[in-house]
Design a protein around this ligand. Structure first.
Ligand code: NAD
Ligand code: UD1
Length: 339
């Protein structure tokens, strides 16, 4: 088993991935500046697994910290979650996003090169696909120009990593294009803990359920979809976490850079989410229809055949699990990790 550096490991997806890594017998070093997370998530990771990890509080832009980590640990591969992800903020403060997400990724791979560590799994997003593609989206479809600066940083980093791996064949890089991560660890002790008003659907729904928000606004009910509301591919965060372990395995004896969609392959509408949440959890979710949100597409879901065939990965959880687990986390921790 190997030692893995997890950047952004205190965050939502990173912390769930740390659990799966530790349970699989890997050693884990987390580098996180806690800009959108708290160390409490890592305390819970260690309690739930009864295993220790090394935590370094610091920034991926800090070359000294990176060099220090690579000198003090025999890191075999890096899973790179660290990044900013608030779409609205990325429109108001593009440079913050370019610096953190793009320069931060360059800083990381430079340090990896110095340390002769060439295996990398990168958190990309389905947002890199051209809007004109018709779902199910597959990895051979063209990428486009994302409608927001956050998405743009993902596209740029994908392209930089592709070019890097062509120029230097020692690199072995997995680009995981996440669809819509939701759900939480079965224990109810870990989950998504957004700061401020959630931008994304699922934390908004659970905050309505717990009484922190009055009602859900459904952005648009006149799309060309099953019921007029937007359709997405929701994926359980534990399935997503396990995809990273599969990608690591795949990269151990491979060269180059390859992209994989990580979604279930099922499209689900906003109304279906609200109604299924009510049915599974027995809680009423008041909602109103409001205008479409700028930058939204009607439908986005994955063709996940490449990940299933090449990574040996298979999602285990369905929509009802995702909604039950999201609620289990929120009701046990109404104020997230602050409780
Ligand atoms: P998150 O905000 O919960 O986790 C990101 C972590 O990175 C946080 O703990 C934050 O403190 C840390 N971080 C940010 N900038 C850093 C820096 N410069 N140095 C060190 N640490 C830094 O987000 P998440 O939902 O867990 O997302 C993880 C990754 O997956 C991100 O790169 C995100 O863009 C990507 N992604 C997320 C989604 C989603 O819907 N959650 C979808 C597609 C892609
Ligand atoms: C959004 C981002 C995308 C990012 C992803 C993960 C936009 C345009 N896209 O994707 O770049 O990679 O989050 O962070 O912001 N919805 C409501 N009411 C709400 C919230 C959402 O109706 O309060 C609807 C949306 O219109 C959409 C669906 O729910 O149809 C899912 O929205 P969301 O969770 O924000 O994810 P995406 O829009 O797919």
């Amino acid at each position: 088993m190997s030692k893995i550096l997890v950047t952004g490991g205190a965050g939502y997806i990173g912390s769930h991935t740390c659990i799966e890594l530790l349970n699989a017998g890997h050693e884990v070093v987390v580098l996180d500046n806690l800009s959108n997370s708290s160390e409490e998530s890592l305390t819970r990771v260690q309690a739930l697994t009864a295993k220790k990890l090394d935590f370094v509080e610091g920034d991926i832009l800090d070359q000294h910290i990176l060099d220090h980590i690579f000198h003090s640990h025999r890191i075999e591969a890096v899973i790179h979650f660290a990044g900013l992800k608030a779409v609205g903020e990325s429109q108001q403060e593009p440079l913050k996003y370019f610096d953190n997400n793009i320069s931060g990724s360059i800083s990381l791979v430079k340090a990896m090169e110095r340390a002769q560590v060439f295996k990398l799994v990168f958190s990309s997003s389905a947002t890199v696909y051209d809007e004109a593609n018709v779902s199910p989206l597959n990895e051979d479809m063209p990428t486009g120009m994302p409608t927001n600066n956050y998405g743009y940083t993902k596209l740029i980093v994908e392209q930089l990593l592709q070019k890097l791996s062509i120029a230097d064949t020692r690199w072995s890089i997995a680009l995981l294009r996440y669809f819509n991560p939701v759900g939480a660890h079965k224990s109810g002790q870990m989950g998504e803990d957004p700061q401020g008003i959630p931008n994304n659907l699922m934390p908004y729904v659970t905050q309505v359920a717990v009484g922190r928000r009055e009602k859900l606004s459904i952005f648009g009910n006149d799309y060309d979809t099953i019921d007029g509301t937007g359709v997405r591919d929701y994926i359980h965060v534990v399935d997503l976490a396990n995809a990273h372990l599969c990608a690591l395995n795949n990269r151990l004896n491979a060269q180059g850079c390859r992209a994989w969609n990580i979604g279930t392959g099922n499209g689900c509408s906003v109304l279906e989410i609200a109604k299924t949440f009510e049915k599974v959890n027995g809680i009423h979710i008041p909602f109103e229809f409001s205008p479409r949100r700028a930058g939204d597409v009607a439908t986005s879901f994955a063709n996940n055949a490449r990940a299933v065939a090449e990574l040996g990965w298979q999602p285990q959880y369905g929509l009802e699990d995702m909604l039950a687990d999201s609620w289990n986390w929120q009701k046990n921790n109404p104020n997230g990790y602050q409780d």
